[in-house]
Every structure is written in C-alpha cells, then in structure tokens.
Design a binder for this molecule. Structure first.
Ligand code: TXA
Ligand code: MG
Length: 328
C-alpha cells in the first residue's frame, strides 16, 4: 500500500520518515517546483532500478540526480566548468538541469550506461529538506508512468504509479507546472535538450548563444535526450492544435476546446475552456487540465496554437509532443 503524507514545510516530520524509506532503498514521490519526482537514493543501483520498473521506463533513458547545492553537484562530475559554476550560482536552486561528464561515483544505471550525468538543484523547500535529510543525491524522474503526463499534484502520482511507490509527500500543486530546462554542457556550444521555465535568452546572458536540440531520436541507443522522443507527455485524449480563434464545426463525443485569451463561439456540445494569454500561467495549469480532461473521459481536445515567441517555447514543445501521432 502506498502511503500519502501531507507536508507543510521543510521541518515537517514526514520528511524524516521519507528519508528513512529512501535509506532502505525505497521509492518516495516528492514535490519540486516543476513537477512531482519519483525519488530513490541515487547512489544505490538497486533502488534506482526500482524507479525504472515502477515507471516502465526504458533502460536507455537516464535519470536526473537532484542535489542540495553546487558543492554536492561537483562531487558527481569529472569536471566542473566555469560555465557550470556561473549557471549554478545564477539559477540554482531552480528549474535548470545541467548535463555534465559524470564522475565514477555515479552508478551506471543513473547514466543509462552513458558517460554524462544530469544534475539539478530543485527550488522547493520540501525537496531540498528531503535531499539534506537523506544525505544523498536523489535520482528522480517525473513521477508518472513512462510516456504519460507528468504529475503536478500528488493525486496524479497516486493514479499513475499506484502501489509501485512506497510513500508520496503531498505539498499541493507544483508552481511551474512543466519540467526543468535541460542544458547540455558536454559539447562545444551549450545546447538545450529540453526547453523549460528558464529560456535560451536568460541562459545566453551567462554562457553566450545556446543551441536548441530539435532532432528526433533513434530507438535503442543512449540518446542525447531520450525524453525528447516525439510523442511524450501525452494525455489519453487526442489533442489537436488549431489556429487561434478557429472555432469548431459540429463534433461528436466528449470534446473540449481550449482558447488562449478568448473563446470563439462553439457548438453547444463542446466544453469551452479559457486559459489566459500568459505563458507562465498556461505552463502552471496545462498538465493538471489535461489530467482533468482525461479523468472526465474527454476523447478529443482542441487547443489554440500558442504564439511563436520565446516566452511560449516550453509550452509549445510540450503541446507539440502531446499532439504528435502515436509512434508505431
Ligand atoms: O523538472 C524536472 O526535471 C523533473 C523534476 C522531478 O525534477 N524531472 C524530470 O525527469 O522531468 P524526467 O526523467 O522525467 O526527465 C528528465 C530528462 C529525460 O528526458 C532524460 O532523458 C534526460 O532528462 N536526461 C537524464 N539524464 C541525462 C543525460 N545524462 N544526458 C541527457 N539527457 C538526460
Ligand atoms: Mg518525465
């Protein structure tokens, strides 16, 4: 049976209980500022293996190690560049994951056999308290079944993973709502593998121009960013992106239409949902909305295509993936 404990802050005794579960090789779902993570002791390969089993995650997809500060990150890499130091000083704790050459402390299963490690210091008091109480880096992917929507509420974790997780720490909805920005620092120029709350312009101020990885992945290899597989972060309902204000012809079944900033006239049978024309607000709300529509049995969701500018980059990326056709 999965236990769910409400946590009110970093001093909540539930955090010590959770640390004890982690120390014994168990799995604890915990809140971060982006989405809930499924945590295990990142230096214990058997515990990390349980993450892969619980998620149904392919062994080729590495996991992020969560640390409490830059000093802890440095232990886990074979070289810590001036770029990494500058980015950590500016953006940690925060929704930025850095990919760096791994030190031999990092178990192979965390790296999916590769030579690099993804590190992040989350800006959530409960996450930081948990990492400190455990005294270990926490391996933690998003706490959902592989290829499903990431959880922004504890209930999303419970319904996606069920008994596979030993303990869920519930601290309410996560703030950012989309996963962290992943920046690869192992090549020539820094490269964004996954757009997120921290955009290219903010990064460029510190490290100069950054590339944006847009390639598709090939199955069975250790990929640059396996989580960037085309269809990912997907709801069960079929999601289609439409031109702003396009509206809908008569449709059958349970259908929702999500407008940005305004809603066109819609057929009576269509549920209209209005989101603000504000990228951060849509990011914070998006996954919870898709979870709600799935739970309510919606078959199709039409959503207006967001603007093409950088503010919407991470939202566009997730919508594009969630609306991509199922891969064979
Ligand atoms: O906001 C987040 O990053 C959340 C919270 C829980 O911290 N975590 C998260 O983890 O989104 P996950 O596993 O769902 O997504 C992490 C992505 C995956 O696409 C994985 O392939 C990629 O990071 N990744 C992990 N290690 C990597 C590495 N060494 N090199 C390149 N990509 C890596
Ligand atoms: Mg994920």
């Amino acid at each position: 049976m999965t236990r769910l404990l409400h946590v009110t802050g970093p001093d909540d005794p539930a955090i010590l209980e959770a640390a004890a579960v982690l120390a014994m090789g168990g799995l604890v779902a915990f809140p971060t500022e982006t989405v809930y993570g499924l945590g295990a002791d990142g230096l214990n390969p058997e515990a990390v293996a349980r993450i892969y089993a619980a998620k149904g995650r392919p062994a080729t997809n590495p996991v992020i190690l969560h640390v409490a500060d830059a000093a802890a990150a440095r232990e886990l890499v074979s070289s810590w560049s001036a770029e990494a130091q500058g980015l950590a000083e500016r953006f940690w704790p925060g929704p930025l994951t850095l990919v760096l050459p791994a030190s031999n402390l990092v178990p192979s299963i965390v790296r999916a056999g590769g030579s690099t490690v993804a590190l992040r210091c989350p800006a959530h008091p409960v996450a930081l308290a948990l990492i400190r109480a455990t005294g270990r880096p926490l391996a933690a992917p998003s706490a959902n079944r592989s290829q499903h929507l990431s959880p922004t509420l504890a209930q999303h974790v419970a319904s996606s993973l069920g008994d596979a997780v030993d303990l869920i720490l519930d601290a309410g909805p996560t703030a950012a709502g989309l996963e962290s920005t992943i920046l690869d620092l192992t090549g020539g120029r820094p490269r964004i593998l996954r757009p997120g709350p921290i955009g290219p312009a903010e990064l460029a101020v510190l490290v100069g121009p950054v590339d944006l990885w847009e390639g598709a992945v090939k199955a069975g290899e250790v990929q640059a960013a396996p989580g960037m597989a085309e269809r990912h972060y997907a709801p069960r309902a079929r999601l289609e992106l439409v031109a702003p204000g396009a509206g809908l012809m008569e449709v059958s079944g349970l259908v929702a239409y999500v407008g940005l900033g305004s809603l066109p006239d819609l057929p009576e049978t269509v549920r209209g949902i209005l989101l603000p024309m504000d990228a951060d607000a849509v990011a914070a709300r998006l996954y919870a909305l898709l979870h709600e529509l799935d739970d309510a049995g919606f078959e199709r969701i039409f959503m207006e295509r967001p603007p093409e500018n950088e503010a919407w980059l991470a939202v566009r990326d997730r919508l594009w993936r969630a609306s991509a056709k199922e891969q064979p």
